[in-house]
Design a protein around this ligand. Structure first.
Ligand code: NAD
Ligand code: DAU
Length: 354
């Protein structure tokens, strides 16, 4: 994509975990871009994630729901967005098992609402326009012991979450083919880092270790994920946004596979050191519980394309990233406390009662 000096960029879901890191990077790095963070502030959205940039002149927050088509159309008309980086989503697999329809609404219908608004606004001039859809490696389903997901791996989603993301990817591609809407899609592996809501494995376990609460391992814990530090994902999005080719998909991953149990043991070891606890005291909190239905065995990304074409690679090792993450949670006790009060407790009791 050609670089224009000024642009109005819509980032959806910018108050969430990954979105807040993308918003921060763009606001700080590109003072000539106007960055509009559109977020419904669901349980996962938190403006506390962005206090350091909220006063910047090129940052604007819009509280809105992507399910509200007429509001979305009005906002596109009002702010004349040149580009969209779409991260807003329901993102947690366990919640999708309990309430699939919420995922169909936001992840599929919300995405189509945005596509329609972009198609309408850009109908007479597609130059320099871009709809960048942020997706997941879970659309590819599960791997066996070997092999990697590439950009040509067939879609085979297994959870309501991944089925909703896969459908949204198909719609983005379909708008590219049918209406010539310029787009990119990137499919990324598991992110971790500061500001992640403590429902996902790493922040949940950090929180529970601090509290000396059981660490609920699904099944036998022999499931594998490919972990990427969130700021490396944001850097990849920045690169793809500026240098990617129209109608392309990029896989993004950490070249960093860990079986859950090994990861949890490493986390326990690091946390024991940081908290000045006796060696191995946190591993005693490991508790095996009922498996997640449809639990994908293994994810692993082949990120060769984005590496070769755009020169992207992760900047931190897993141990460095984990240490930074743990330090952030220990230094931001108030953040952790505020997001784990009230409704969180209800969710937690319900999810882990079985
Ligand atoms: P998150 O749950 O932390 O944040 C989602 C954000 O979207 C929140 O701020 C929430 O308020 C907002 N949102 C939800 N529904 C909305 C709606 N109807 N209208 C407007 N805003 C709404 O999610 P995340 O982990 O930061 O993931 C961001 C994106 O990246 C998602 O599309 C997800 O599928 C994708 N992704 C996540 C990971 C991961 O490991 N977390 C990996 C690959 C891809
Ligand atoms: O791969 C990318 C995806 O990674 C993203 O698209 C999703 O938005 C994100 O939530 C993540 O999905 P996972 O299901 O892989 O992440 P989660 O942190 O929920 O779980 C990671 C692994 O840990 C998985 O094998 C399930 C296991 N787990 C998870 C939780 C929450 C447990 O054993 N116990 C738990 O309590």
């Amino acid at each position: 994509m050609k670089e224009k000096t000024t642009k109005n960029i819509l980032i959806t879901g910018g108050a969430g975990f990954i979105g807040s890191h993308v918003v921060r990077l763009f606001v700080n790095k590109y003072p000539n871009y106007q960055i509009f963070n559109l977020d419904a502030l669901t349980y996962a959205g938190n403006l506390e994630n962005l206090t350091d940039i909220e006063e910047k002149p090129n940052y604007h927050f819009i509280k809105a729901d992507i399910n509200n088509a007429s509001e979305i159309n009005n906002l596109f008309e009002k702010y004349n967005f040149d580009n969209v980086i779409h991260l807003a989503a329901e993102s947690h697999v366990d919640r999708s098992i309990t309430d699939p329809l919420a995922f169909v609404k936001t992840n599929l219908i919300g995405t189509v609402n945005l596509l329609n608004a972009a198609k309408e606004l850009w109908r007479d001039n597609l130059e320099d326009k871009l709809f960048y859809h942020i997706s997941t490696d879970e659309v590819y389903g599960t791997l066996g012991e070997t092999g990697l997901f590439t950009e040509t791996t067939a879609y085979a989603p297994n959870s309501p979450y991944s089925a909703s993301k896969a459908s949204s990817d198909h719609f983005v591609r379909a708008y590219g083919e049918t209406y010539d809407l310029p787009y990119f899609i990137s499919n990324c592996s598991n992110n971790y880092g500061p500001n992640q809501f403590p429902e996902k494995l790493i922040p949940l376990f950090i929180h529970n270790i601090i509290q000396n609460k059981p660490l609920p391992v699904y099944g036998d814990g022999k499931y594998t994920r490919d972990w990427l530090y969130v700021i490396d994902h944001a850097t990849a999005i920045d690169l793809a946004f500026h240098k990617g080719k129209n109608k392309q998909t990029y896989n993004i991953g950490g070249f960093n596979e860990w079986q859950n149990l090994d990861l949890i043991k490493l986390l326990c070891e690091l946390m024991d050191k940081k908290l000045g606890r006796e060696k191995s005291s946190s591993t005693k909190l490991i508790t095996y519980i009922k498996d997640r239905p449809g639990h994908d065995k293994r994810y692993a990304i082949d990120a060769t394309k984005i590496h070769k074409e755009l020169g992207w690679k992760p900047s931190v090792t897993f141990e460095e990233g984990l240490e930074k993450t743990i330090d952030w949670y220990l230094e931001n006790e108030l953040w952790l406390k505020s997001v784990t009060s009230g409704k969180y407790q209800e969710y937690y009791d319900d999810q882990y009662k079985k």
